[in-house]
Design a protein around this ligand. Structure first.
Ligand SMILES: [Zn+2]
Length: 361
């Protein structure tokens, strides 16, 4: 190559060089539209004054999951810390074709998050995945992929990580989410493909689709800042979560009846075995069965659709490895108006929470 003016400390991505201390708005062409014009996704590269690792933040791999997109906008407009070393690559929307239609999937009805690392001559989704994997994931060292629950559900913020990989475990713990779910991502997920390519990756699952939820965004930013500090990219004291529980197992509670749910517990709430989580009522209000926690746990996901049929999933219960007693102790020490409580309040705003009719002890 002739005329190479690149500096050894330059970071190269999407064919552009970014110098230390520099910040650039760039884009990556991922496909073409029906009109034959290029479709690209915007990205921002921010570099600290010192060399260091490169962290990739991705959002909206499912095109309707916008909390991560909101987190990345905050990282740009009001960053929670100054980047002193290393490089941040911010990708607010990965599945741009889904995002344009407020849809989870790509227009060929495929799940982009089952298409990684993709192939150059595959389906639409597979080609987009390939462009993103080659263009954005491989130039980076670490990945945080930001998701929400699927439509009709909400998630209490939790980090999902293949904890058998030491560098994954490192950033998963550093993030500082109350629940850390030890689970390797399925084949085809961005997280799995990145880990296989030795780019340690975690997923944040937080909140619900089609919304930017302020307290959820705040909790996400706190976690990103914690990881930046852990990787030596920012300075400061990491912010501690209310608690951090490792979860190796979770279970879905399904409605045994059809009807309209009354909820008795909110996302993020700690529940004991046999505690009522929801009552299914007929449309005229008669009790049609109470759904109870099968064991002690934390409500990690909850439906936001109150109408159910038999077999519909209502609640995703996380079973903490060390039980709920240490969590309860930690929660008693929380100050008023904590971020933890504000997130719980925000997530509960989409479901009606009331007391069950009967005592449950
Ligand atoms: Zn998702």
């Amino acid at each position: 190559m002739t005329g190479d003016t690149s500096h050894p400390e330059d970071f190269e991505i999407v064919g552009e060089q970014v110098a230390l201390g520099e910040s650039r708005d760039l884009s990556l062409v991922v496909t073409q539209s029906f009109s034959g014009t290029d479709v690209s996704i915007p990205l921002k590269v921010v570099r600290g004054a010192q060399p260091g690792p490169t962290l990739l933040l991705t959002a909206a791999v499912h095109g309707d999951e916008l909390n991560g997109t909101g987190m990345i906008r905050e990282m740009i407009l009001a960053p929670p810390c100054e980047l002193v070393a290393g490089t941040l690559v911010l990708v607010p929307v990965v599945n741009i074709l889904g995002y344009e239609r407020n849809a989870r999937y790509t227009p060929d009805r495929r799940d982009l998050n089952r298409s990684f690392p993709g192939v150059a001559d595959g389906s639409l989704a597979s080609r987009i995945a390939h462009a993103i994997f080659q263009g954005l994931v491989l130039p980076c060292d670490y990945l945080i992929d930001l998701h929400t629950a699927a439509v009709g559900r909400t998630n209490f913020p939790n980090v999902r990580a293949d904890l058998g990989r030491p560098e994954v475990r490192r950033i998963a713990r550093a993030f500082g989410c109350p629940l850390v779910i030890g689970k390797p991502g399925g084949r085809g997920t961005l997280r799995h493909a990145a880990n296989v390519a030795s780019r340690p990756a975690i997923v944040l699952e937080a909140g619900e689709v089609s919304k930017v939820e302020p307290a959820v965004v705040e909790m996400g930013l706190r976690g990103i800042r914690n990881v930046l500090i852990n990787l030596g990219m920012a300075v400061g004291e990491p912010a501690k979560p209310a608690y951090q529980a490792r979860v190796d197992r979770s279970t879905w509670l399904r409605s045994d009846a059809g009807g309209l749910l009354r909820f008795h517990a909110a996302p993020g709430e700690v529940v004991e075995k046999n505690q009522p989580v929801a009552t299914c009522t007929t449309l005229l209000g008669a009790d049609n069965g109470v759904l109870r926690a099968p064991e002690d746990g934390v409500i990690m996901g909850l439906t936001t659709f109150p109408s159910v049929k038999p077999g519909d999933p209502v609640c995703h219960l996380a079973i903490p490895r060390r039980g709920i007693a240490p969590i309860r102790r930690a929660l008693r020490l929380l100050p008023d108006e904590s971020l933890h409580d504000r997130v719980l309040g925000e997530l509960a705003s989409s479901v009606a929470i009331d007391e069950p009719d009967d005592e449950w002890v």
